[in-house]
Ligand binder design. Structure first.
Ligand SMILES: Nc1nc2c(ncn2[C@@H]2O[C@H](COP(=O)(O)OP(=O)(O)OP(=O)(O)O)[C@@H](O)[C@H]2O)c(=O)[nH]1
Ligand SMILES: [Mg+2]
Length: 205
């Protein structure tokens, strides 16, 4: 799958703001600062499609990007950022829940974890949440450029153990900085997804 076209569609807080055209969706989720927005820019070969920042908590809304005019990448707001108020945390939870609970066009969730660190309690919760709602999940370990070969092996083991992955579940290491892991990730994203399912109702607007 080659990404030829990508454009920002909408930032949403609540369901009535989501796109209504029934195109399939692939969502990206993970801790704040893990590299979700950078990864979307890398996959789409765009430097500034999505805003990236060294300050955690950059993405606060659900952002939809139309890809090849065929499906959406959905950049979800990060969790685990210490400097947010209780009410913001509650708002985040509600926003995520509303999206994840009932989104039939959501086909896969990419769960990003930082390859340098053991997945956090929030990562484990998110992983279980995604599985609970019955979505396919792909584990992406980000910032691989920061690790040596040995450290990568160790990291894979720690991630596997912490999330209790079964043997069939892969971990894809990725670097936006070096643009590594891109082809493998695109392949994994589109494996078992048929775009034919798409566009059934999309004449109705
Ligand atoms: N070394 C390295 N740094 C990266 C990589 N990907 C992202 N970063 C850096 O990590 C920081 C956060 O990146 P973002 O892409 O904004 O992270 P995010 O997950 O979208 O963060 P929120 O929007 O806060 O949830 C930025 O300073 C990026 O430059 C990578 O592959 N390698
Ligand atoms: Mg972001």
């Amino acid at each position: 799958m080659e990404i030829k076209q990508s454009e920002f569609t909408i930032s949403a807080v609540k369901p009535d703001q989501y796109p209504i055209d029934q195109r399939l969706e692939i969502a990206f989720v993970g801790r704040s600062n893990v590299g979700k927005s950078s990864l979307i820019n890398t996959l789409t070969n765009r430097r500034k499609l999505v805003k990236v920042s060294g300050t955690p908590g950059k993405t606060r809304l659900i952002n939809f990007f139309l890809i090849n005019n065929e499906f959406y990448f959905v950049d979800l707001p990060g969790y685990g950022y210490a400097k947010v108020s209780k009410s913001e945390k509650a708002g985040w939870g509600k926003m995520m829940e509303q999206y994840l609970i009932n989104r039939p066009q959501l086909k896969k969730v990419m769960l990003l974890v930082d390859s340098r660190h053991k997945p956090t309690g929030d990562d484990v919760l998110m992983y279980n949440w995604i599985k609970h709602y019955g979505y396919g999940v792909v584990i992406v370990a980000t910032k691989k450029d920061k690790l040596t070969k040995n450290e990568l092996q160790r990291s894979a083991k720690v991630i596997r153990e912490t999330l209790s992955l079964d043997k069939s579940e892969q971990i894809l290491f990725f670097s936006s900085l070096k643009k590594e892991g891109k082809e493998e990730l695109l392949q994994e994203i589109f494996k078992d997804i048929s775009m034919e399912e798409n566009l059934e109702d999309n004449t109705e607007v």
